[in-house]
Design a protein around this ligand. Sequence first.
Ligand SMILES: Cc1ncc(COP(=O)(O)O)c(C=O)c1O
Length: 402
Amino acid sequence: MPVQQNNQVDVKSWKLAPHVEALKASIIREILKISSQPGVINFAGGLPAPELFPLEDMKLATADAIDKYGAACVQYSLSAGIPILRELIAKRATERGEATSMGNILLTSGAQQGIELMGRIFLAPGDYVLVENPTYLGALQAFNFYQARYATVEMDDEGMIIDQLEAQIKKYHPKLIYTVSNFQNPTGITMTKERRVALIEIAGKYGIPIVDDNPYGDIRFSGEPVPTLKSIGGDAVIVLRTFSKVMAPGIRLGWMNGPVPMLAQVEKVRQCADLHPNALVQHMVYEYVAAGKLEPHIEIIKDNYRNKRDVMMETMRNEFPEEIKSPVPDGGMFLWCELPAHVSAKDLLPKAVELKVAYVYGEPFYPNGGGENTFRLNFSNAQPDAIVEGITRLGKLFKKHI
Ligand SMILES: Cc1ncc(COP(=O)(O)O)c(C=O)c1O
């Protein structure tokens, strides 16, 4: 007999943990709900280009993995991830100037899990995290769960303004410094080499770990490469990386590159979360990367995103009022815009949605408030003709309200 649902239970009266009650729903998810209405040109999300997902090669790599590894592909597996893939990732990092061995690599369910694990490892309620202002909303949500507070450092075209860093450290004693040093989400800005060196020096002086969340580092499509924080700072830096932006985000596979003793702690903590990352996906990704498929695929992504960025910026130049400022991103997936100080991007969003185009307003990316006149545009997901149309519509709106 089927079990009867008991509709008398008032689930809403259940007492959740206070730190869960305090969590707010992601504003981006709310905006995405509005912007995913049919016909809306959506610059609000952060989705990679679906037409580029390497589906055929992933199919082959999955078949290869099952043929080669059999039951091991789907058996319980090691918490740090499968050694063959950790080894391959370490080799790739070393080739890029980050001296890395397999012991430095722990596979995660995307960079987001890496951020969450950093919160678990470092934060007690009320602890401060030092972040760029603005910063990645998903990191704020992960750290909010641990009841973090935020010390912020403003940004300019060269990344975190390092002159503000030491005073903030002295005032707030942050437990960790969280940065998105390459093609930052939301601003698209990349930290200069000089700032990286200074950041490592100051963090080292106060013994504070640097977490470099680097999902976009491989997607540089213009400008000169900058040495990674890891290549400059070695063990002072914990790097979070991902296959989300270079293969596909739904596979949920990323990795952490950090000092061996710290990863031992992370491994223990991750066992409570999910035991280990998806074993079939790890084997599939190993086969894909080992077959030499990743690097040429990254080139395809770069060409596609460069073109989309150019189309978006060119249309902005033609259609947006010139008061709107926007730094040129050399990689990644986002363009950041600043309206004149008195114009609220949040207030204009419903009007944009009426015109069937959506963006994310900037406020939620500022952990301590501010940024009312800013907004983020994603250029990786829409097709070029939709980009032209969407930006033209936004241009009309801004011309009317500035
Ligand atoms: C800065 C940053 N970190 C982490 C993530 C999450 O990436 P993943 O899909 O690897 O969890 C994103 C995704 O948008 C991001 O922009």
